[in-house]
Design a protein around this ligand. Structure first.
Ligand code: PHE
Length: 378
């Protein structure tokens, strides 16, 4: 993969276009290897099965009015990813710590909302955008630096809400909640769900839908009434719209009983052979779990320390063998120095790991933590 030229949404991309040796680039090799895999376009993969089931809901309930995009290039400008959807200049999501930058003006999209404004400008009023999205993040069973989202947008005309006695915003908010509750029932049947008020720069009001799973409330989608400014800039001053963005992995983990987000990337037959095109209800039967191996690393942090940077190092060395990175001890001494101890869980879902290979991984982690994060080991 590493040397080949990828075709992403009709654009030809080589590794040097993405992983560059310059200070404004923070895309590691591992991320490059995920580009172009497009798990959401495989009809036999849980993410493809889920995407198709959502398509089916929109096709039947909205008479095929939603345009479907699932092959838009994940390399976008910071204008598309942030400015066009009104993300403030100082918002954390723009930081080098949270987003993969290819250069100062180009990123790997961190959400499918990056395509909202462009598609509105092109005249689409009802659309679904599915794609891989990229975020620097922590390491645990529900977080992976590449995941998949589906964006939905629906634009209303004054004639849609005029007779309702509601203003456009309330009308759109009601329609949005009814649509997404219907979608949740279509996918889950009876499931416990709740709406939580939220904030997004591009919607107002904003909501999150949560689903009860494994004794926890799991956030599965964000949504709201689109900020009028986005519509105005697209020349739609009289219209009102709603938008949602849902995480396909989160939903698929619940629907298929998939316990670890890394499994979506597995090519192990024992995983892939369990899923069939069009079959949403299938419950994944875990193959025997191999034993985990825990290794701790402790160091004095400095002001620029970030957990995401640590996780990127662990991921770069251990790849999918890294199951979790967890802060287990944190204290500040009398001199004001702060110490962190992290427990790294190594585990393969496919085989037993040997002591030698784990020790080797851990030594590399210690080495790179020390040299790249400028911390003092303990
Ligand atoms: N883009 C948001 C996210 O990634 C989700 C979202 C999309 C929220 C559209 C509101 C409207 O978290």
């Amino acid at each position: 993969v590493a040397s080949s030229v990828l075709e992403l949404g009709g654009v030809k991309i080589s590794k040097q276009d993405v992983v560059r040796d310059e200070p404004t680039n923070n895309v590691p090799d591992l991320i490059f290897t995920k580009l172009g895999l497009q798990l959401h376009r495989r009809d036999n993969h849980p993410l493809g099965i889920l995407k198709n089931a959502i398509y089916e809901y929109f096709d039947t309930n909205y008479n095929n009015q939603f345009h479907k995009f699932d092959d838009l290039c994940p390399i976008v400008t910071i204008k598309e990813n942030f400015d066009d959807v009104l993300v403030p200049a100082d918002h954390v999501s723009r930081s080098f710590n949270d987003t993969y930058y290819i250069d100062a003006g180009t990123v790997l999209r961190c959400h499918t909302s990056a395509h909202q404004a462009d598609l509105l400008r092109k005249g689409y009023a009802n659309f679904l955008v599915t794609g891989d999205v990229y975020r620097r993040d922590s390491i645990d069973s529900t977080h992976y630096p590449v995941f998949h989202q589906m964006e939905g947008v629906r634009v209303f005309n004054p004639s849609d809400w005029n007779d309702s006695g509601m203003d456009g915003t309330l009308y759109a908010a009601n329609d949005l909640k009814a649509c997404l509750e219907g979608l949740a029932r279509h996918l889950f049947g009876a499931v416990e769900m709740r709406w939580v008020d939220s904030y997004f720069p591009f919607t107002n009001p904003s909501f999150e839908l949560e689903i009860y799973f494994q004794e926890k409330w799991l956030e599965v989608l964000g949504c709201g009434v689109m900020e009028q400014e986005i519509l105005n800039r697209g020349g739609k001053t009289d219209n009102v719209a709603w938008a949602f963005g849902l995480g396909l992995e989160r939903l698929a983990m619940v629907l298929f009983d998939i316990p670890d987000i890394r499994l979506f990337w597995s090519t192990d037959k024992r995983f892939v052979s369990q899923f069939t095109k069009g079959q949403l209800g299938i419950k994944f039967k875990p193959f025997s779990k191999y034993p985990p191996c825990y290794k701790d690393v402790s160091f004095w942090i400095n002001d620029s320390f970030s957990e995401n940077n640590l996780c990127e190092i662990v991921r770069g060395i251990a790849g999918d063998l890294a199951e979790e990175v967890q802060l287990i001890d944190n204290f500040t001494n009398k001199k004001g120095m702060t110490s962190h101890c992290y427990r790294i869980t190594y585990r393969s879902m496919e085989r037993s790991l040997t002591d030698e290979e784990i020790n080797e991984l851990q030594w590399n982690v210690r080495d790179q933590v020390q040299s790249q994060l400028n911390v003092v080991m303990r």
